[in-house]
Design a protein. Structure first.
Lengths: 660, 270
C-alpha cells in the first residue's frame, strides 16, 4: 500500500466517522420532538417530494431559482464523479475506466467535465448575487447576504471544481489520451510545456486539494445552514399533504400539555423543519408582519427554534431542564411574545418555502401554550375570549341580535328536509353594520336565482376561527362540538357562507369533528349560479375600474382564486384588475389570525400598505370577498383620506347591483 | 386569615327579555354568567391570596345550578368554594340575602379569622348595591364601598387603606380589619382561567351549605324574611324602529329622508 493510499484511507475514515457522528447528533436532536404521523400515503409523498425537491417547483418560481436548480442537479450528478474519485483514492486503479464499458465511461467523463463547468458557472453567479446584487430579503437582523458561511461554502464548491479541472488537465498534459474531457483538454493547453515531474506535482496537489475539500465540505454540511443539502429531500417527503389551513386538535384531559413552551414539545417534523431552513428569506419577503416592521420574521422563528434546539437538545435528552427559554425576551434562540402575536396566519410563508417548512403552524403552537397554560396574551383578547365563550360572537352582542338584518324578510329559518342550503351568516355578516349590507346582497342574489336557503337565526353560533388561530383551542373545541351537533340535529347538508373564515373553519377544521358536508363560499355558489344560467343579470354592474383583493383564507388556504374573479367578470362585463401581489402572492389585509381583534401598535399598519398598493392602480372600486378584508380596506381608505376616490365592495354587492 | 369573595350567578342581562304578557323575565335559554363586578371581587381576593398567603374562599348563594359559577372560581384559583343553597333561601331580597351570607361568613370566621370580604359594587340583575353593606353592618365589619384601589394592608396594626372612586373625586380611606369591600371595575383586570385549572376545577368539591348547616330562623330568610318584593316587571313601551333609505350608497338622500321623517313627526322644527 502506497503512502498516498494509506494517508487517504486514514483521512477518509476519520472524515466519514465525524460526518456520521454529526448526522447522528442531528438525528438525536430531531428525535427529542414529539410524535407526528407523516408516514401515510407514500405515493403522494414521493410525488410531492419529486415536485418540490427534485423538480424544485418553488425554487424555480423566482428567476434566480434557475441557478439553484443547475447547482442542485450538478451536485447530484457529480456525486457519481466524486464517488469515482473516492473509490480510486481508496483502491488505486479502480475507476470507471476500468469497471465500465468504454462507451458508457466516455459519456460519463464527457458529462462530468461539462457539468462541472456548469456548476462552476452557477457558483460564480451565486457569488456575484450575494456580493453585488443581493435581493433585500436575503439579509436580516441575524445574517447578511455575504455571510461568511455562505461565501465559504461557495468558495469550497468553486475550489472543488477548479481542482477537478486542474487534476484532469494535468493528467492530459502528462500524456493521458482518449479522455473525453473537452473542458479539461482546453485547460491543459498551458500545461503542455511543463516537465513530467512538475505535472506529477500538480496532479498530487490538485488531487489532495480536491480530496480534502470534498471531505471538509461533507463535514460542514451537518453543522451549517447547508444541512438542507441533507435534509431538504426528506423534509419534502415528510411534508404536510394537507394545506396548513387548520390546526390539529388537542386532547383535554388531566395532566395534558397544551401547545409548546419548550423546544422538545414541538413535533419531530417541526424540528426537522428547523434544521432544513436554507435561510433563503422568501418567507421573510412575503410576511406582512415583517414587512410592516413587526418583530415577527417567519425565518427567524425557524432559526430560533434551531438555535434553541442545538443549545438545549442534549440537556433535554438527559432529562435536565433547558438552559435557554424558547419564549421570552427576543434573543438568539428565544422568540419574543410580540412576534408570536403579530402573525396574521395568512400562510404566505408556508406557501412560498421551497423546502416546505411550516412556519405559521409553529407560531400557533406557541400561542396555544401562552393562552392555555399561562393566560398570557395581549389584553384586548381578554374581552374577545370572554365574549366568544359567553355569547359566541366577538363583540359580546346578544345572540338575539343576529336576526336583525333579516327582520324584514319574513320567516327564513332553515327547515330540515325542505331547505337546501344553510346560509351561515357569520358574526360579521350578522352584527357588523357594514357587512350586513353584504348579507342582504347575498340573500337577494340567492332569492333571485331561486336557491332554497334558510337561516339558523339566533341559534347560529360563531364558527370559532379567531379563537382557534389565537391558540385558544379549549374554547374552540367547545364551539366546534356545539356547532357540529347543531348542524347534525338540524339535518344540514349544504352550507353557504359569506366569510372565508367561516368557510374554511366549517369546511376544514370541522372535518376533525366529523362534519363532512358541502361548504361553499358565496363566490363559489354565485359562480355556479351564473355558470348554470340560474342567475340572470338585468344589466351590467357599474363599478368603474375594479381591483380584486384576494382573501388569504379563500385563496391561499383553500385555492379559491377563480370563482370571485369569474363572478366579477360576469357582473361587470370585464375582468377585474389585479394587484401586483395577487393569487398565491396576495397580501393579507391584516385581519386574519385573530389580528382583527388586536391593536396594531408597532410599525406601519398592514391594511394601509395594502390600500396604498391598491391606490397606485387608481381603482374606483376595491373588491373584496371577506368581511375582515372589508373592514380593513375601508379603514385604510379612510385613514389615507381617499375614501372619496375609491369604495370597497364585496363581490356579492357588485353582483346584486346587476340584478336591480 | 381568610379572604372571601361573594359572587353571584346572574342571567346575562343583555340577553334577557321581558314577557309582555306575564311581565316576568324570560329566562329560557338565557346563559348565566358571573356578575361582572363580582369577577373583580374574585380577582382581588386571588391577588391577596398570592401576595399575602391568605386563604381564598368564594361564597355564592343561589340555586344548585349556581355551582357552575363556583367551578369557574376554582378554575381561577380559589382554595374553597361554598354554595349556600336551600329552598328556604329562595325569593330573598337584599336583607334576607345578606343575612344568609353573613351567617356563612360567621361560620367561616370560627374556623379561621376572616380578614377581608370582597363583593361587587352591585349586581347587574338587581342593581341595588345593598348586599355588601348589609353584610358589613350585620357582622360589624368596616364598610368600604366603591373601591378602585387597595393602597396597603397592615396586618400588624390590622388596618387597610383603600381608594374609593366617587363621583368626580377619589377618597383615600383607612379602616380597621376585618373589612367588607365592594369593588368597581377599575380595581383590577380579572385573569383568564388556564386550561389545566379548568380541567382540575371539574373535579373539585363544591361544598353546599343549606339551612341545616346555617340554622337560621326560616321566618327571617328567603321570601318570608324579605320585607320587599317585586310586584311587577315591565319594559317601557317602544314602537318598532325602522330602517329607512340606504346609508351606504346614498348617505345624503338617507339623511334627507330622516330629517323629513322627524319633521313630519314634529320632532324637529325648522
Amino acid at each position: 500500500m502506497s503512502l498516498h493510499q494509506s494517508v487517504f484511507i486514514a483521512v477518509f475514515s476519520v472524515s466519514v466517522f465525524f460526518f456520521i457522528f454529526s448526522c447522528y447528533q442531528r438525528v438525536q436532536l430531531v428525535a427529542i420532538g414529539g410524535a407526528e404521523n407523516r408516514f401515510d400515503n407514500p405515493g403522494g409523498r414521493l410525488l410531492g417530494m419529486f415536485g418540490s425537491a427534485f423538480a424544485q417547483k418553488r425554487v424555480l418560481a423566482r428567476p434566480y431559482g434557475v441557478n439553484h436548480f443547475l447547482l442542485f442537479w450538478a451536485f447530484l450528478f457529480l456525486l457519481l464523479a466524486n464517488g469515482e474519485f473516492i473509490l480510486e483514492g481508496l483502491i488505486p486503479g479502480l475507476n470507471f475506466a476500468t469497471i465500465l464499458p468504454p462507451p458508457l465511461h466516455h459519456v460519463l467523463a464527457l458529462l462530468f467535465d461539462l457539468v462541472s463547468l456548469i456548476a462552476l458557472g452557477a457558483v460564480v453567479v451565486a457569488f456575484a448575487r450575494r456580493l453585488f446584487f443581493p435581493p433585500e430579503y436575503l439579509g436580516n437582523d441575524y445574517t447578511k447576504p455575504a455571510s461568511f458561511e455562505a461565501l465559504l461554502i461557495l468558495a469550497l464548491i468553486a475550489t472543488l471544481m477548479m481542482a477537478f479541472f486542474l487534476l484532469n488537465a494535468a493528467h492530459i498534459a502528462a500524456g493521458q489520451t482518449d479522455t473525453w474531457r473537452p473542458v479539461s483538454t482546453a485547460l491543459s493547453m498551458p500545461l503542455h510545456g511543463f516537465s513530467a515531474s512538475t505535472l506529477s506535482g500538480v496532479i498530487q496537489v490538485s488531487w489532495w486539494v480536491h480530496a480534502l475539500i470534498l471531505l471538509l465540505f461533507m463535514n460542514l454540511l451537518p453543522r451549517s445552514k447547508h444541512m438542507h443539502i441533507l435534509t431538504a429531500i426528506p423534509n419534502c417527503y415528510f411534508q404536510n399533504l394537507e394545506k396548513p389551513n387548520t390546526q390539529p386538535r388537542e386532547i383535554f384531559e388531566k395532566g395534558a400539555r397544551y401547545g409548546v413552551s419548550s423546544v422538545d414539545h414541538f413535533s419531530w417534523k417541526d424540528l426537522l423543519d428547523s434544521l432544513t431552513c436554507t435561510e433563503c428569506g422568501r418567507c421573510q419577503d412575503l410576511c406582512p408582519a415583517h414587512n410592516t416592521g413587526k418583530p415577527l420574521n417567519p425565518r427567524r422563528i425557524v432559526h430560533d427554534i434551531k438555535l434553541n434546539l442545538i443549545k438545549n437538545g442534549s440537556a433535554i435528552k438527559n432529562g435536565k431542564s433547558s438552559e435557554l427559554s424558547l419564549i421570552g425576551e427576543a434573543a438568539d434562540g428565544t422568540i419574543c411574545h410580540e412576534a408570536i402575536w403579530s402573525c396574521t396566519t395568512c400562510g404566505a410563508c408556508t406557501s412560498v418555502c421551497p423546502v416546505l417548512i411550516e412556519q405559521m403552524p409553529k407560531i400557533i403552537k406557541l400561542r396555544r401554550h401562552l393562552v392555555q397554560e399561562q393566560a398570557l396574551f395581549p389584553e384586548e383578547l381578554l374581552n374577545l375570549f370572554e365574549n366568544m365563550e359567553q355569547r359566541s360572537n366577538p363583540w359580546g352582542l346578544a345572540p338575539s341580535e343576529r336576526t336583525k338584518w333579516s327582520s324584514q324578510l319574513g320567516d327564513r329559518s332553515f327547515k330540515q328536509g325542505e331547505t337546501e342550503y344553510l346560509f351561515f351568516v357569520g358574526c360579521a355578516g350578522a352584527f357588523d353594520s357594514r357587512n350586513k349590507h353584504v348579507t342582504v346582497a347575498l340573500a337577494t342574489i340567492l332569492d333571485s336565482a331561486g336557491v332554497s336557503w334558510g337561516l339558523l337565526g339566533k341559534d347560529e353560533q360563531c364558527c370559532g376561527d379567531s379563537v382557534r388561530r389565537l391558540g385558544n383551542e379549549f374554547v374552540f373545541d367547545k364551539m366546534a362540538k356545539e356547532n357540529v351537533a347543531l348542524f347534525k340535529e338540524r339535518g344540514v347538508s349544504k352550507i353557504v357562507t359569506q366569510c372565508p373564515h367561516c368557510f374554511s373553519t366549517l369546511k376544514n377544521d370541522y372535518r376533525q369533528y366529523g362534519l363532512e358536508i358541502e361548504v361553499l363560499h358565496h363566490s363559489q355558489l354565485i359562480a355556479e349560479l351564473v355558470e348554470s344560467g340560474k342567475l340572470k343579470f338585468s344589466k351590467l354592474s357599474e363599478q368603474g375600474t375594479v381591483v380584486f383583493h384576494d382573501s388569504c383564507y379563500l385563496g391561499r388556504h383553500n385555492d379559491v382564486y377563480e370563482a370571485p374573479r369569474a363572478v366579477l367578470t360576469a357582473a361587470t362585463g370585464k375582468s377585474p384588475g389585479e394587484f401586483d401581489r395577487n393569487h398565491e402572492n396576495g397580501y393579507c389585509c391584516g385581519g386574519g389570525g385573530g389580528r382583527m381583534w388586536m391593536e396594531e401598535q408597532t410599525g406601519d399598519r398592514i391594511n394601509l400598505e395594502r390600500v396604498k398598493e391598491a391606490m397606485q392602480l387608481q381603482p374606483d372600486t376595491l373588491c373584496v370577498s371577506c368581511p375582515f378584508c372589508m373592514t380593513m380596506m375601508e379603514d385604510g381608505l379612510k385613514d389615507l383620506s381617499v375614501a372619496d376616490k375609491c369604495r370597497v365592495k364585496d363581490i356579492a354587492e357588485v353582483v346584486a347591483e346587476a340584478l336591480r | 386569615m381568610l379572604v372571601i369573595s361573594c359572587i353571584k350567578q346572574v342571567p346575562d342581562t343583555t340577553q334577557v327579555k321581558i314577557d309582555p304578557v306575564t311581565n316576568t323575565l324570560i329566562r329560557d335559554g338565557i346563559p348565566f354568567i358571573i356578575n361582572p363586578y363580582d369577577s373583580h371581587a374574585l380577582e382581588e381576593s386571588l391577588k391577596l391570596k398570592e401576595r399575602y398567603g391568605l386563604r381564598s374562599v368564594a361564597l355564592s348563594m343561589g340555586p344548585p345550578n349556581a355551582e357552575a359559577t363556583l367551578r369557574k372560581a376554582y378554575a381561577l384559583g380559589v382554595d374553597e368554594a361554598i354554595l349556600l343553597s336551600d329552598r328556604c333561601f329562595g325569593g330573598a331580597d337584599t336583607l334576607a340575602t345578606s343575612k344568609v351570607l353573613s351567617a356563612a361568613i360567621e361560620r367561616l370566621n370560627k374556623q379561621d379569622k376572616v380578614g377581608v370580604v370582597f363583593c361587587g359594587k352591585q349586581t347587574i340583575d338587581g342593581d341595588t348595591a345593598q348586599v355588601g353593606p348589609g353584610i358589613a353592618s350585620r357582622l360589624g365589619f368596616s364598610q368600604l364601598t366603591l373601591v378602585d384601589k387597595i393602597e396597603s394592608i397592615d396586618f400588624l396594626r390590622k388596618t387597610i387603606k383603600v381608594r374609593r372612586k366617587l363621583e368626580g373625586r377619589h377618597e383615600i380611606v383607612e379602616a380597621p380589619l376585618p373589612v367588607m369591600i365592594t369593588v368597581v371595575r377599575e380595581l383590577n383586570r380579572p385573569r383568564y382561567p388556564v386550561v389545566p385549572m379548568r380541567i382540575a376545577a371539574e373535579e373539585m368539591e363544591i361544598k353546599v351549605w343549606d339551612n341545616s348547616v346555617l340554622k337560621l330562623d326560616v321566618n327571617t330568610i328567603g321570601l318570608k324574611g324579605s320585607p320587599t318584593w317585586v310586584s311587577k316587571i315591565f319594559s317601557p313601551e317602544r314602537d318598532q324602529g325602522e330602517i329607512i333609505g340606504d346609508g351606504i350608497t346614498d348617505p345624503v338622500g338617507t339623511t334627507n329622508l330622516l330629517i323629513d321623517k322627524l319633521l313630519g313627526k314634529e320632532l324637529l322644527t325648522v
